[in-house]
Design a protein around this ligand. Structure first.
Ligand code: SAM
Ligand code: SF4
Length: 474
């Protein structure tokens, strides 16, 4: 019998340890004692990166090592993103490209998971068009990965599993994590989103907002610090509404203070902060923190009040600017970054220019810019959208050109200043060390690779757009 979305698997019969140990045994037999290899491709936001680290944690427990080489992989997973159509099309293209590999290696297991797989039509498309895909599962059933993989291996049928309302509301603690980096770590503090911005698919594929208990977060945070990670980012779609639904309510500023009290040589960041819920208390907490970075990612999306209303963002241009003014007063060296959508349905050129003027007024360190992408099932996808894509692409270029000027002006002012830089890697091309300031700005400088993973004092000597060049202060 074929399992499809309407024929869900029965409740698991065994604890997850059973499936972990069974998959390990099956793979040992298949590989005749050699270590099985897994390749995990991650698309989209940091939340997906954090989810992939959990899947890799399970894979490591099941005896897998990791590879970047498709030819040597026994298991290939695409962790997908549904936020824009472009990312979805890339996934379809990349999965299609595996057909020949699967023909040459019939025992290869190909799997897809993530936000896109919570969309019925995307999952159906994979089922119909890519018969060589073995396992598909959505974000809500990630904690059942060992059982789903075991079923795919033993039942000789394709497995397609998505969440339901119950799974939607649940947080499963205690999942293993295989962190990718050695200096930066991601810590999810909440899942889902209740905001329903009119263009956004996230609430439909990640479910309702739910927060982890502060004690669970604190435990994980302590172990990340103890493991030597020095740049820790708290993740949530809107961290400013953290804790609102917990039995013992606690707000995000209180959580930040609790974590900031943990001793150690590290930096603490968070994303994403929704402007409608960002409070003065949050800014004050940042200003007073011992480890909290002076960096705020505060997605504005648009500069016109009519468009902000259509987007259902819950703030006005004036409210956003007032918050920025308060934050700059309290934290003069604050680095602000933002997300912007260009070409929301019905946006006029004059309204787009209001975004450009807001960008100029705030003086962001950097922007993440997107051309509006219609997402089926969202309110905005039903609105008339008369501006052609090519025109929107020109607007985007105009916005980026303005930001380049702003970044160049900002960076030029950095020359001569000294920053504490967390060294992340050595560039392969030029051998320069590459690190990040507290404000999340990249700095390149000469130095020994022993510095990787440590903080270094660097004097800025030159600036090119948003990248700074510096020299190490001994
Ligand atoms: N929760 C975060 C917030 O509200 O700022 C953002 C999450 S979303 C994964 C990241 C960014 O993708 C958004 O801030 C928005 O700029 C962009 N985005 C979301 N839906 C989009 C769409 N339909 N078309 C283009 N960009 C979109
Ligand atoms: Fe999407 Fe808005 Fe939620 Fe962000 S806050 S995830 S943009 S609905």
């Amino acid at each position: 019998m074929k399992n499809d979305l309407s024929e869900r698997l029965p409740e698991p019969q065994h604890p997850k340890e059973f499936y972990i140990s069974e998959v390990r045994k099956i793979m040992q037999v298949r590989k005749r004692g050699k270590v099985p290899m897994a390749l995990v491709h991650t698309y989209g936001c940091q939340q997906n990166v954090a989810d992939s680290e959990k899947i890799k944690g399970f894979l490591a427990q099941m005896g897998f090592s990791f590879t970047e080489d498709e030819e040597e992989a026994d298991f290939i997973l695409f962790n997908t993103c549904a936020v824009r159509g472009h990312a979805e099309n890339r996934v379809f293209g990349n999965v299609g490209a595996l057909k020949d590999l699967k023909r040459r290696h019939p025992s290869l297991i190909i799997s897809l998971c993530g936000c896109m797989m919570e969309e019925k039509q995307a999952s159906e498309h994979i089922k119909q068009k890519f018969p060589f895909v073995n396992l598909v599962f959505g974000t809500h059933v990630l904690h059942r990965f060992p059982e789903l993989l075991w079923t795919a291996l033993t039942a000789s049928r394709r497995v397609f599993e998505r969440g339901d309302e119950q799974e939607d509301a649940r947080i499963v603690e205690g999942l293993p994590i295989h962190r990718d980096g050695t200096t930066r770590a991601w810590l999810t503090v909440m899942y889902g989103c209740d905001n329903f911005c009119s263009y956004c698919i996230v609430p439909y594929v990640r479910g309702r907002e739910r927060s982890r208990e502060p004690e669970a977060i604190l435990d994980e945070f302590r172990s990340i610090v103890a493991d030597g990670y020095k740049d820790i980012t708290l993740l949530g779609q809107n961290v400013n509404s953290y804790g609102k639904k917990l039995e013992r309510p606690i707000n995000f500023s209180q959580l930040l203070r609790m974590l900031d009290a943990v001793d150690g040589d590290y930096r603490l960041r968070f994303m994403t902060s929704h402007p409608k819920d960002a409070t003065h208390e949050l800014i004050d907490t940042m200003a007073e923190g011992r480890h909290i970075c002076h960096h705020l990612h505060l997605p504005v999306q648009a500069g016109s009040n009519r468009i902000l209303k259509e987007m259902n963002r819950g703030y006005t241009r004036e409210k956003y600017l007032a918050l920025v003014e308060y934050a700059r007063k309290k934290i003069p060296d604050l680095s602000l970054t933002t997300d912007i959508i260009v070409g929301f349905p019905g946006e006029t050129y004059e309204e787009f220019r209001e975004t450009v003027s807001l960008v100029r007024e705030v003086g962001f360190t950097s922007l993440f810019t997107f051309i509006y992408s219609p997402r089926e099932g969202t309110r905005a996808a039903r609105l008339p959208d008369p501006v052609p894509y090519e025109e929107k692409a020109r607007w985007l270029q105009e916005l980026c050109a303005e930001q380049e000027k702003i970044s160049a002006e900002r960076c030029a002012k950095e020359v001569g200043k000294t920053y504490r830089v967390l060294v992340e890697k050595q560039n392969e091309k030029d051998g320069l060390l590459c690190g990040r300031t507290d404000g999340n700005v990249i700095v390149l400088f000469e130095g020994s690779k022993e510095l990787i993973g440590n903080f270094a004092e660097v004097k800025i000597t030159a600036a090119r757009n948003w990248i700074l060049r510096g020299e190490l202060i001994q």
